[in-house]
Design a protein around this ligand. Structure first.
Ligand SMILES: Cc1ncc(COP(=O)(O)O)c(C=O)c1O
Length: 313
């Protein structure tokens, strides 16, 4: 398959059946966003936002792009900006994994670290102030309608095509900006109203459930605000999961299914297992989003306790 640009390889990610971890009364599938070129769902958002800004003329040729990011958006924007000729500066919390910073720099971006104590809102404010001062283009992933729109135009239709003529009873997604949950959820509500939409979030920061935000370890999920792009009417259930469930389920997907994914993917599949065990009827079909690859977490608690020396065999 020959492509004109790396950007043409964004999306059309595979959906894979779960063979060993799924309880026998249901069928479970995962949509593997680590098949995107920079290995996360955020490649879609980055491409969607840049193409939209180019079309509107709000992004000028060669203009610098700035964004507040938990890492994956920064890596994705760094890739898209490299391919389309824009300098890129990421503002990132200093609590996020070191491999994310290095990946952005490898793609030619600059990374400005902001103290984690400022939280998501402080990070966004710092990026905004900098972009305004220098006349740069701010991607605004939390407010930019191009974010859910891109999921309405790609992720949602991909799922509808793959499940055309087949059962799909449950769709499970976490949220960071809410772009995936909103875009896919809205399309499923339109085209497959029988499919129930399940949101998941960290127990420590279950803001959709009306709880206070407290720090959690699921990078990419739930900043300390409910973003403007998140449609609160789109989900039917909210099933929060703990950091440990996210970690243990990501490890189980790797070790029992050969599906190597990140913490939010582990969390989403943990919520899908809750759907299977608490809500689903026998024969139900459940689809869970897996937003990124486990390789983005080598220095985090996903790999805690994993031996670096020789193993006893
Ligand atoms: C690892 C990871 N999981 C999940 C998400 C959430 O995706 P969305 O921003 O579409 O809600 C993100 C992005 O924020 C992410 O980086």
């Amino acid at each position: 398959m020959i492509h004109d640009s790396i950007l043409d390889t964004v999306g059309n990610t595979p959906i894979v059946r779960i063979n060993r971890l799924a309880p026998s009364h249901v069928t479970m599938y995962v949509k593997c966003e680590f098949f995107n070129p920079m290995s996360s769902v955020k490649d879609r958002l980055a491409l969607g936002v840049i193409l939209d800004a180019e079309a509107r003329g709000t992004l000028k040729p060669g203009q610098t792009v700035v964004e507040a990011t938990s890492g994956n958006t920064g890596i994705a924007l760094a890739m898209v900006c490299a391919a389309r000729g824009y300098p890129f500066i990421a503002f990132m919390s200093d609590s996020f994994s070191i491999e994310r910073r290095k990946l952005m720099r490898a793609l030619g971006a600059k990374v400005v670290l902001v103290p984690a104590a400022l939280r998501g809102t402080g990070l966004v404010e710092a990026a905004e102030a900098f972009a305004t001062k220098h006349g740069h283009f701010l991607a605004r992933q939390f407010e930019n309608e191009a974010n859910p729109a891109y999921h309405r135009n790609t992720t949602g239709p991909e799922i509808l095509t793959d499940f055309a003529g087949k059962r799909l009873d449950w769709y499970v997604s976490g949220w960071g900006t809410g772009g995936t949950l909103t875009g896919v959820g809205q399309m499923l509500k339109l085209a497959r109203p029988e499919t129930r939409i399940v949101a998941t979030e960290p127990v420590a920061a279950s803001m959709l459930a009306g709880k206070e935000w407290t720090p959690h370890k699921i990078q990419g999920w739930t900043p300390n605000l409910v973003p403007a792009v998140l449609d609160r009417n789109v989900f039917d259930h909210d099933l929060p999961v703990t950091d440990e469930q996210a970690r243990d389920t990501a490890r189980a997907l790797a070790q029992r299914e050969g599906i190597f994914c990140g913490l939010s993917a582990g969390g989403t599949f943990a919520a899908a297992l809750r759907v299977a065990n608490e809500l689903a009827q026998p024969g139900d079909v459940i689809l869970a989003m897996l937003p990124d690859t486990g390789e983005r977490y080598l220095s985090t608690f996903l790999f805690e306790g994993i031996n670096e020396g020789t193993d006893e065999v």
